[in-house]
Design a protein around this ligand. Structure first.
Ligand code: 5GP
Ligand code: ZN
Length: 119
């Protein structure tokens, strides 16, 4: 727990969120600003700033094991989805509490990023 971390506050029930999945290590909820019909965030209950933050193996395992469970809960297991972990400034990470996005419910196109200007 760190003060003023929005995902710690959601974990503590201080900020409401629409729950999708939870277990003893991670929880998942709908993103407040969805970029596709399905846009869920999976978050460890413990505070780690990002994937580079010496995250314990059991937390990483729980985070990834939750992905197909979230996809099934949201009905996109068969149609497919994208898993993203924005890390640091160039990736545009805005909440510095480790999380993965599960995005789907529409075709997302090939590739993962917009081309650079001029490409
Ligand atoms: P990042 O850019 O750090 O990978 O993504 C952070 C995500 O958290 C964004 O997609 C943003 O919409 C979402 N988010 C930020 N604050 C809240 C909140 O209070 N509730 C929910 N449900 N999502 C949030
Ligand atoms: Zn936190």
């Amino acid at each position: 727990m760190t003060d003023e971390c929005v995902f710690c506050m959601i974990a503590n029930g201080e900020i409401p969120a629409t729950a999708v999945y939870e277990d003893e290590t991670v929880f998942a909820f709908d993103d407040i600003a969805p970029q596709a019909p399905v846009h869920v965030l999976i978050v460890p209950r413990a505070h780690h700033s990002d994937i580079s933050d010496d995250v314990p193996d059991d937390v990483l395992l729980a985070l990834m094991r939750a992905v197909p469970k979230v996809a099934a809960a949201k009905g996109v297991a068969a149609s497919g989805y994208r898993v993203i972990a924005n890390t640091g400034e160039d990736a545009g990470q805005t909440v510095h509490h480790l999380h993965v996005h599960v995005i789907g419910g529409r075709p997302l196109g090939e590739g993962m990023v917009r081309p650079m200007e001029g490409e």
